[in-house]
Design a protein around this ligand. Structure first.
Ligand SMILES: O=C(O)CCC(=O)C(=O)O
Ligand SMILES: [Fe+2]
Length: 289
């Protein structure tokens, strides 16, 4: 598989993507699988070479004009509140989510970010770690590859992800705040554990006791199963530098495109591909256009 293109970006000593049959590779995968099994999260420290980081950081500065920012209050489920539930129930607990995304169509097709995101050996590595037959690049023309930007004073409130897994790589760290916190397996299929989640949202001791904080540095790769682990990025300090994370989005099926409403929410616009995908969905639902 073609690892030439990414050899100057990824530390192949640490993650031997050029030797998928080697014992070294098998060991990295086994360690990642074990951590994912225990608490749904694993970090490959120094995944990107430190020499490559200034150039990647510069690329983000170049495409930053395409940033779409938003400021909304969200509950952990990205849903509406429920007036029939108590006001301090997690469904009725809305917290600020500020920040923005640089969409995929802002990247040059020859971008180093694109090269890592689409690299076949990297995709094999992810499917090996996640124990799934295959992973495919998210076919969404805006959401497949993004930079999540948190400027000074911004934060990403507690939430559960809608995707089964997330693959992210910190490029620029904030000098203060901007920490990734998560409560591993606080809910499970069939058990919502609203009481436990309320403790976390309120920052009470019982909640804090279940929370882990990741020690992340630029170049570290994080693989995270966020369906059952409520998580957040803490507020970036008001005097701090911007926190930039590359978000590599994948799906288990090929050809998946995001929903219209969610796309508007995240990027403030949609492309013809989103409208066409929505029409196809309506048709396959056997409903009239
Ligand atoms: O920026 C990050 O580290 C992750 C943010 C997050 O939780 C998400 O995009 O769902
Ligand atoms: Fe998330």
């Amino acid at each position: 598989m073609d690892t030439q293109r990414i050899a100057h970006l990824i530390d192949l000593e640490k993650l031997p993507l050029d030797r998928l049959d080697s014992d070294d590779y098998a060991q990295v995968v086994a360690a990642a699988q074990a951590e994912l099994d225990v608490d749904g999260c694993t970090v490959i420290k120094g995944f990107l070479r430190s020499e490559a980081l200034p150039q990647l950081s510069k690329e983000i500065t170049t495409i930053r004009p395409q940033l779409h920012e938003s400021l909304i209050d969200i509950n952990p489920y990205f849903s509406e509140g429920d007036p029939l539930l108590p006001h301090d129930h997690p469904v009725n607990t809305f917290i600020e989510r500020s920040g923005g995304f640089i969409p995929r169509d802002a990247f040059n097709p020859t971008s180093d970010f694109e090269a890592v995101y689409q690299n076949p050996a990297f995709l094999s590595f992810l499917s090996d770690c996640l124990n799934v037959p295959e992973v495919h690049c998210f076919a969404d023309p805006l959401a497949g590859l993004t930079i999540n930007v948190l400027d000074s004073g911004q934060q990403f409130a507690w939430h559960f992800d809608t995707n089964d897994f997330a693959v992210t790589c910190l490029i620029d760290e904030s000098k203060e705040g901007g920490l990734f916190e998560y409560s591993p397996g606080i809910r499970s299929d069939g058990t919502e554990n609203f009481a436990g989640i309320a403790e976390v949202l309120a920052d009470r001791p019982a909640g804090r006791a279940s929370v882990k904080t990741l020690e992340l540095h630029p170049g570290d790769l994080q693989i995270f199963r966020g369906r059952n682990s409520v998580h957040r990025v803490t507020r970036v300090g008001v005097e701090s530098t911007t926190r930039n994370t590359a978000v590599f989005a994948y799906t288990e099926e090929a050809g998946v495109i995001g929903r219209l409403e969610r796309t508007y929410q995240l990027f403030g616009r949609v492309l013809p591909a989103h409208q066409e995908a929505e029409r196809q969905r309506v048709r396959s639902d056997c409903l009239k256009d």
